[in-house]
Design a protein around this ligand. Structure first.
Ligand SMILES: NC(=O)c1ccc[n+]([C@@H]2O[C@H](COP(=O)([O-])OP(=O)(O)OC[C@H]3O[C@@H](n4cnc5c(N)ncnc54)[C@H](OP(=O)(O)O)[C@@H]3O)[C@@H](O)[C@H]2O)c1
Length: 311
């Protein structure tokens, strides 16, 4: 457990080979150096032997003394030795060089393989993240598509009057028809007092009644909640839930709504006791307006106006 870390056999073998080759190389150079010294001494000796001692003085070939031939031949031998050490055998011999080259090629191959592997992994990650990003953006756009449009529907006089004594102040049949058409099949969110102003729940709509009472009793199918947030939550599957009043609920909902379907009744009702909040024209854009004149069935003229929140 606490023993020294063993060096791998390959490293040891390589190092040994390197040392052996270095020693061989030193010997080769040493021998060449000795050869050079001997050559110099030998050449001087040959010159002296001939010129001073007179050895082979008569042995002349083509007018040149024999020792010149001897020195030239020796010089060639020395050059051959020199070439052998520095050029032919170079650093550590051909086998060693080949071995080193193979090793280098192997190492490069391994590096290339690793790079390839890394590249493939990276490619896979990039492809995965692209798929993930696509799924995320699809999810976001689906959520946007699925997000509901909380809509206030209201009929209000020029002074924003909407009711008196827990009842409407006017009877406008085309406005009621429009109310029925727009809210048909949807969730309708209302305050307890508005709910109680109906003789019975309206058909084909899901009623959500807001009250602070804990045991408020309602007919089957009517949902009772204790605050506006729970009412909106209860209607989240509906693409267009409607806030249908009355005054207290409108006040709380106007900042949360996305759209207002207003019927502006062109008259002022001074004796009203319930009012719609002022529509802030900087926050709401009027997108459509249709005028309806007064007639036998409608005591007042009115306009259907649609507002969209502009943020
Ligand atoms: N012109 C129109 O388009 C229109 C539309 C709808 C209604 N109206 C009229 O508006 C009048 C009714 O409006 P309103 O303001 O008097 O009453 P409302 O808004 O219909 O209901 C008020 C009641 O809702 C409950 N409530 C309000 N805020 C709440 C909260 N944050 N948490 C829990 N419960 C909450 C309370 O019930 P509890 O007291 O039970 O706790 C409160 O008394 C009527 O005259 C009706 O005819 C007009």
């Amino acid at each position: 457990m606490f023993g020294k870390k063993k060096h791998s056999a390959t490293v040891d073998k390589d190092q040994l080979e390197l040392i052996e080759n270095a020693q061989k190389r030193i010997k080769q150079k040493k021998r060449l150096y000795i050869h050079f010294v001997i050559f110099l001494i030998g050449a001087v000796f040959l010159i002296l032997a001939n010129t001073v001692l007179g050895i082979g003085k008569d042995f002349i070939i083509a007018g040149i003394d024999w020792f010149v031939y001897a020195i030239v031949i020796w010089l060639f031998l020395f050059i051959y030795h020199f070439i052998n050490v520095f050029i032919t055998n170079k650093f550590m011999g051909k086998d060693w060089e080949k071995h080193q080259l193979d090793k280098l090629v192997n190492q490069q191959q391994q590096r290339i393989d690793k790079l390839k592997e890394g590249f493939l992994k990276e490619e896979k990650i990039i492809a995965q993240s692209q798929v993930y990003n696509k799924a995320q953006s699809e999810q976001v756009s689906n959520e946007k598509k699925n997000s509901n449009e909380l809509t206030i529907i209201v009929a209000a006089g020029e002074n924003n009057a909407i009711g008196k004594d827990n009842d409407l102040i006017w009877h406008l049949s085309d406005d009621l028809k429009r109310f029925k058409t727009l809210t048909n099949g949807h969730h309708i969110i209302m305050g307890r007092k508005t709910f109680e102003s109906f003789p019975k729940p309206l058909p084909n709509r899901t009623h959500i009644v807001i009250t602070r009472q804990k045991n408020y009793e309602v007919p089957d199918g009517v949902i009772v909640v204790n605050n506006l947030a729970d009412a909106i939550d209860a209607s989240r599957k509906d693409k267009q839930p409607f806030i249908i009043g009355g005054g207290e609920i409108y006040k709380q909902a106007i900042n949360l709504a996305d759209k207002i379907e207003l019927t502006r009744v062109h008259a002022t009702f001074e004796d009203a006791d319930t009012f719609f909040p002022e529509i802030d024209e900087t926050k709401w854009d009027e997108v459509t307006r249709t005028k309806h004149d007064s007639d036998g069935k409608h005591a007042f003229s009115f306009s259907f106006i649609t507002y969209i929140k502009n943020n």
